[in-house]
Design a protein around this ligand. Sequence first.
Ligand SMILES: [Zn+2]
Length: 445
Amino acid sequence: MIVYFPVIYPDELVYSWFCRYYVHSGCFSHRIAMQELFCKRSDNASKEFIGNLNPEAKKQIEQIYSLDKLIFNHTMYPQYARFIPLEQKKKALYHLKHDFCDIHYLLPILPRNEGERYLRYCPLCAKEDRETYGEAYWHRKHQIRSICTCAKHKCKLIESDVPAKNEQSFTFCPAENHICQNEAVFEDNILMNQYAAYFNLVFDAMMDFENNIPISSILYDGMSRTKYLKPSGRSRHTKMLAEDMNKFYSKMGICSLASIYQIQRTLLGSGFDFFVTCQTAFFLGIKLEELTLPSLTAEKIKQEQNSHYMKDSVPVDWDLLDTENAPVLEKIAEGIYSGTANENGKPERVSERLVYRELGLLGQQLQNMPKCKAIFERYTEPYPENWARKIIWAYKRLKESGEDFCWTDIRKISGVKKKNFESTIPYLMKHTDKDTIDQIIALIE
Ligand SMILES: [Zn+2]
């Protein structure tokens, strides 16, 4: 039974708050603390969101803080949901509050780049927190993707040893135990500090739940004042924009660089990522309020929407597109197939739909790209084969945990139903040894 929740600190992640709850409540084990908070045994703590709270915990929490307050002020929702279309934004909020489901179905969460894989902190914020509150905590704004400095202190953020992944976190890692007393290293690059400040302000700005102005229209408007949009307004110089952005940000020393495809998708209204959008907007000199409180006329929005189709009239250089896309697709497909790109680490099936979505292709366009097509064919597999790989993955994961488990645990983690098991047997043989197969079969019987 939950007896006591500490006060949540400004900009503190809910995860950090739960970590402190675990410490202060004197719970004997992480598992007991998790059981007090979450619904099922397989639920884990979410680093960036709230997690699957059980009704009792939810009720107690709501007596202190509303879920809205927690979501808007203490999770990374304002980052991931900021630029997605209005309906999707509302839907994600609803599910976070009332009907828990995998966050990846709700929000675009890109694989993490170098420098984003662990929870980060600012040594000066930690020092101040220890002085003010007697303990350090995990701040949200230090976790914003692609920024490297604390906007408040203008010093470099430090990576802790706590993974930032939302999944697979079955322990609480309180900041107080994981933040060292480091010397602050100040950032002397003015641009870098402006960049961090810009991201922080966008992150903090009120979110619009009334108007549905596509982010592609806002960026188009910003581009219309630059050389990246032809005077006719009919086509964008996306390649030039992406190359210039790349040079600009590489020189600044930023590790997460938006790729040409990510920029293109955002400009054409099918990508909504926070860091890609902010990076593009900052580069184009779009003012904060233009980005967060836009006032575009319906006519301007229409003009931008119409421009999406103009590029079709320009002949596409398929060879070039194929060559440029191949290494990108290889990386994406490998990450999805092996599971390393997936937050939960589960090996997924590389589908044609996914390739089309990732590369922003239409109709049968993959036929024009032999290199990409070959990569897709190399990674794709029948469903039973993917199920087999998921079962093996789940089995190994459970085995590593060192605790007893049964078929139900494998089913829950892998998502593979018992009735489908038989079809996976030939593929189990392909992907693992006989011993492992025997042990899995013994579990199911
Ligand atoms: Zn700081």
